[in-house]
Design a protein around this ligand. Sequence first.
Ligand code: KG4
Ligand code: ZN
Length: 359
Amino acid sequence: MIVANTDPRDRVILGIETSCDETSAAVVSGTPSHPVLRSLVILSQDVHRLFGGVVPEIASRQHLTGIVPTVRAALAEANVTLRDLDAIAVTHAPGLVGALLVGTSYAKALGYASDVPVLPVHHLEGHLFATLLEQPDAAPPFTALLVSGGHTLLLDVPEWGTYRLLGQTRDDAAGEAFDKVAKLLGLPYPGGRPLEELARTVTSSTIRFALPMVRKNAEPGDEDYYDLSFSGLKTAALHAVRKAEQGGSFDAQRAEIARAFQDAVVGTLVTKVERAARQYRRSRVVLGGGVACNVALVQGIRERLAARGGSVFAPSPRLATDNAAMIAAAGLFRFDLGERAAPSLTAQASLPIPGLVPA
Ligand code: KG4
Ligand code: ZN
């Protein structure tokens, strides 16, 4: 049984996340501004490495076999039973629809059978809450950068539930670009981490790529002021790889290409984050998504923000990548707003983050 709650507003939320290739469940208790992580189980579907990317059909099937033991393990680790739960928060959008359906169907069935309300949570709102589980100051107002394999978004967050979308990628997500360039360099999937490790083996690079979507005289209101794009950079990396191969220097230049690519991604993201923090006068920046594991990115933003007295909050790798703890934490916030899922709740492959306001 759960330990006695100290605050009458304390809740106990089970989170479920199955939007892509992690089957995850977690228990979070506390209040929306002070969520406490009680347990987190993440079953990563390593099978996709064999295919060099996530295969949706396989992901759904693996969620089906993994969901029950994952939820049971999360409840047991937190030492709670279904009766202790105030709600079950589940990712219902966006993501792979077959994968999302496993989580939403299971959450609805579990909620119905145990008489616990179900809460739909938007995956990207979850990413915004991840850092709060570790750092209580990672709270609005802040500038947010969400960078994962599927999304690249720059947001201004004046308060929880109000999200000003400043910019997003026009083509590849940042993580997708890392994965594709890593593949060109002969690195395994997912390629972000191995590419970062390869880039770290050199201190600088003789190769330099232009920062994508960074124009010196750009001003707020210009379309490219906040927007991002990585496909041109990916092509530039491809040309550099071909040139090195033709010159017989691929092995010698791999690390330099990795370094030049990473420097360009980081340079662009740092520039856009700084612009947003400056325009909206935010002293805090919160990062989320798998690419937030990139040490060079976090350091780059930290150094640029430090010059104007700002603080940067990045989740630890376990909470940066997809996980159910962030879904439960966002669920805690949505629960206190009185939100509950209708019985007709279903999965949606794409859906804007709730609470979007114009920039
Ligand atoms: O958030 P996430 O786990 O899943 C999605 O929602 O996509 O992010 C996975 C992405 C992959 O593209 C992976 O290559 C990238 O995050 N990633 C990194 C690093 N660690 C993971 N990218 C750059 N540097 C890293 N250290
Ligand atoms: Zn994600």
